[in-house]
Design a protein around this ligand. Structure first.
Ligand SMILES: Cc1cc2nc3c(=O)[nH]c(=O)nc-3n(C[C@H](O)[C@H](O)[C@H](O)COP(=O)(O)O)c2cc1C
Length: 212
């Protein structure tokens, strides 16, 4: 049965744009056929810990003498890897926090980006190569197509890790200007924000359907 892994990392339980968009993606995909299954992992409500030491960044055969992970931490890493491996498709809500990604999402990436396991190192193996992943990034201001594009440190590291390094097929959807409805000084941008959100919703539906 085809399975989708949905990951959210927004700290806003009330009006999160990324959660709304991952939700639309999930509903659209699930409704394509009754066989479609969804696994949900909320990285904000149940945050993965930081890596307890460097050992978990390396496959066991690449660890230095005496570099041993805590068994419970290794069990969690194996569970996260198994969940990712079992999914046919992944959708990730990745809000911009301080021009970067939420630390919870970074901790998840640190667990699944493993030299010699998910990343080729001394072999050509890239077990997750070609697996589609849709990254949905909500941000308060505007970046794409503006002089501030270089300040976006949200999308580039995710594309580097999941796409370039692990070989997954990354699609990106952004929803800019979400702070227009919260920050009075941005009120004049409310129409542009609405337009961005509608475009993001349409793109998310298209992707869910085409990847179904
Ligand atoms: C901790 C924090 C840091 C943020 N930093 C930025 C930032 O650097 N640039 C930006 O454009 N918006 C920033 N924002 C605004 C969020 O990107 C925006 O509210 C976005 O919609 C959050 O995603 P969500 O709606 O899914 O929660 C920040 C918000 C929070 C809570």
């Amino acid at each position: 049965m085809p399975s989708l892994l949905r990951l959210d990392s927004s700290a806003d339980p009330r009006s999160s744009t990324s959660r709304e968009l991952t939700g639309i993606f999930t509903r659209t995909w699930r409704e394509l056929t009754p066989e479609h299954e969804v696994v949900e992992r909320d990285l904000h409500r149940t945050p993965p810990p930081h890596l307890p030491n460097s050992a978990l960044h390396y496959a066991p055969r690449l660890r230095a003498d005496g570099e041993r992970p805590d068994p419970a931490a290794e069990d969690l890493q194996n569970a996260l890897l198994a969940e990712l491996s079992a999914a046919d498709l992944v959708v990730i809500g990745a809000p911009m926090y301080n021009w970067s990604i939420p630390s919870t999402l970074k901790a998840w990436l640190d667990h699944v980006h493993v030299l010699g396991t998910t990343v080729p190192f001394d072999t050509k193996d890239q077990p997750l190569a070609g697996k589609p992943v849709v990254v949905i990034s909500s941000r308060g201001a505007a970046y794409a197509g503006t002089p501030d594009i270089g300040k976006d440190h949200t999308i580039p590291p995710i594309v580097q890790i999941l796409g370039d390094s692990m070989g997954m097929a990354v699609s990106v959807v952004t929803a800019d200007l979400t702070l227009a409805t919260r920050v009075p000084a941005m009120a004049s941008l409310a129409d542009a924000a609405r337009h961005n959100l509608e475009a993001a919703k349409a793109r998310v539906c298209d992707l869910a359907t085409s990847l179904g």
